[in-house]
Design a protein around this ligand. Sequence first.
Ligand SMILES: Cc1ncc(COP(=O)(O)O)c(C=O)c1O
Length: 437
Amino acid sequence: MNQTPVKNHIIAQNIQKLELKSLDQASIREIVLLANNIQNDSGVPFIRMEMGIPGIPAVDEGVKAQINALEAGVASQYPPIEGVPEFKQQSHLFIKNFLNIDIAPQNCIPTVGAMQGTYAAFLTCNQLNQHKDTTLFIDPGFPVQKQQHMVMGHRFESFDVYEHRGDKLKEKLESFLSKGNIHSITYSNPNNPSWICLTEEELEIIGTLADKHDVIVLEDLAYFGMDFRHDYGSANKTPFQPTIANYTDNYVLFISSSKIFSYAGERIGIIAISDKLAKRSYSTLKNKWNISNFGGAIIYRALYSLSSGTSHSAQCAITSILKAVNDKKINFLDNLDEYRHRASVMKSIFLDNGFNMVYDKDLEKEVGDGFYFTISYPNMDGATLLEALLHYGISAITLKNTGSNQEGLRACVSHVNRDQLIVLRERIEQFQSQYRQ
Ligand SMILES: Cc1ncc(COP(=O)(O)O)c(C=O)c1O
């Protein structure tokens, strides 16, 4: 083997130190720790592709509004658990402007990140019908949502959508839903990790089957508008970010401020419940939680129990950003274009050097350049590829980690700066000269 930037014994020692049986099973946080430790021991600065965290500064309007709110004294005041009225109004307008969907302000609720939003929704969906105790994940997906199930002791089922795109999705979904145990279907769109986007036809299939089987669709829009193949950034103008809300009334949407406003540190997101679902009554819910309607159960039982609301000043921050976006003072996608640029350069570095894209198409259309992409290398499974790349000072997570059946890695572009792109090319060329067959 040629001399690699990081010596083999440093990799082996650190994998052993963390007692990682397989890199396929290590959590994202464990891979972060592993890369940190190897970086410290070797002195080789790593190209970090494992962390799905923003790589650009928070939207300024938010920071200023949050400071002003704190100075005005909101820190001493419990926030309304339903959300500050102006937060709810601006969330309603944002959803109208960029999804072309009407959801009453009453049903737009702040949560401590989309993470808490999904936790509250899974918790609530599990109380609606005694025969329905299982979530269905359309994978690949965000591993922490499976962890939420593990922590709650809830059941889930899942399948990799890779082989079931287009009208094949119908049969696959039917095979799960017809058993009668599924209370909700969840997926992210654009998808973390694969960056595939479900098509309108696929969303229609999901919506129609959700109605047929009385299942709730939990649509995770953590990367709202970030499919840069289309311009979803103009208020009240086509094209709109695709959504399940066009095809069923049985839905909850999760909008995170972490990526679109680079506001991850303050932990705030929005759950938006369809007006019809929010007021729907469930007798099982009434028996278990002494409240019958879905919207009330989410707010006054789940969210109240979890954190009694969302940080007051963070609500003021996001209100101010949403207002600036709704008033067309800022285009929230402008800053994010940086991710598109980085992805396009990084993908070409890998493709020029023998790698393949794993999730490469939405049916006939190439997947866009954005926050993540997925790669494989001939004759290597995901864990072997990751271990090999660690020798070149490059970290990522395996696709197996995300519920995918495919062998390969998820690469996140957000923490790879433009000045690291040259180093990335050099290291990947060196990798290729070692492994080319
Ligand atoms: C698909 C998906 N959903 C939810 C989240 C979490 O969002 P938040 O930071 O708002 O909790 C992430 C973060 O990476 C994500 O990728």
